[in-house]
Design a protein around this ligand. Structure first.
Ligand SMILES: Cc1cc2nc3c(=O)[nH]c(=O)nc-3n(C[C@H](O)[C@H](O)[C@H](O)COP(=O)(O)O)c2cc1C
Length: 224
């Protein structure tokens, strides 16, 4: 037995199967309405709403509980402008040279291009950083385990929490994103993971008409 302290699992709730079904159905109905939005309103969002969504993200499981993420929350116009300018340089390069024909073909139905006005219009840009390793106050390095998986899970919870609050998100990945370290003053042990643009959708926002796979296309049940 470990000598480390434990506490009772006091906050656990079990539900009868019918209640499980109805809770899940309402969760599913909510998340199935989530769409990636690329046209944002500049309507302000109170900061406490973003903070609570970030606290929800920080409940994510993580390798050895090392919580290997950092979220830089940008709302200032000067910094947003710098991020837009740097992202558009990378995106121009991507669309004109770096992207393979297959990649461009996969992006075509989404109608994306190098112009990124939402990086200045949306009230918040949340730059998600993955910490490759941690640093103790005396400067020693702490190895992080599964930082990619952990940060991906935390980001998924963040997107779901923001959607649950009635906000829209765009998962943006200008490639490469190293400029985010420079603009946001983040240390070298942090790798930009993605840039989450969030706020209210523009009134006339439209989204691509895309499909999601059916359950039998992405799930297999093994019952033996
Ligand atoms: C890791 C990741 C990177 C993405 N990068 C971009 C991006 O750079 N630009 C963009 O417009 N959409 C980006 N998306 C959004 C996807 O295109 C979008 O999630 C997908 O088309 C499904 O649409 P939906 O989110 O509305 O269901 C990204 C999504 C993920 C998960």
């Amino acid at each position: 037995m470990s000598d480390y302290p434990t506490i009772p699992l006091a906050d656990y709730h079990a539900y009868p199967p019918d209640e499980m079904r109805s809770r899940l159905q309402s969760f599913y109905s909510d998340v199935t309405r989530r769409r990636t939005v690329r046209d944002f309103s500049d309507r302000p969002v109170p900061r406490d709403i973003i903070e609570t969504a970030l606290k929800a993200a920080n409940t994510a499981p993580s390798g050895a509980n090392l919580q290997p993420w950092h979220f830089a929350v940008v709302s200032g116009p000067e910094t947003k402008k710098k991020i837009r300018e740097a992202a558009e340089i990378e995106e121009c390069e991507f669309y004109e040279h770096r992207a393979s024909p297959e990649w461009l073909a996969a992006l075509e139905p989404l109608g994306t291009d190098e112009d990124k006005p939402f990086l200045e219009t949306a009230p918040y840009l949340i730059a998600v950083f993955l910490q490759k390793y941690g640093t103790l106050p005396d400067g020693r390095k702490v190895k992080h385990y599964y930082p990619t998986e952990s940060t991906g899970i935390a980001t998924g919870i963040l997107i779901t929490a923001l959607h649950h609050a009635g906000l829209a998100c765009l998962t943006h990945t200008p490639s490469p994103m190293k400029f985010l370290n420079e603009i946001l003053g983040r240390p070298l042990n942090e790798r930009p993971f993605l840039l989450l643009v969030t706020g209210y959708p523009a009134e006339d926002a439209r989204v691509p008409d895309i499909n999601r796979k059916e359950l039998n296309e992405f799930v297999s049940f093994v019952e033996t």
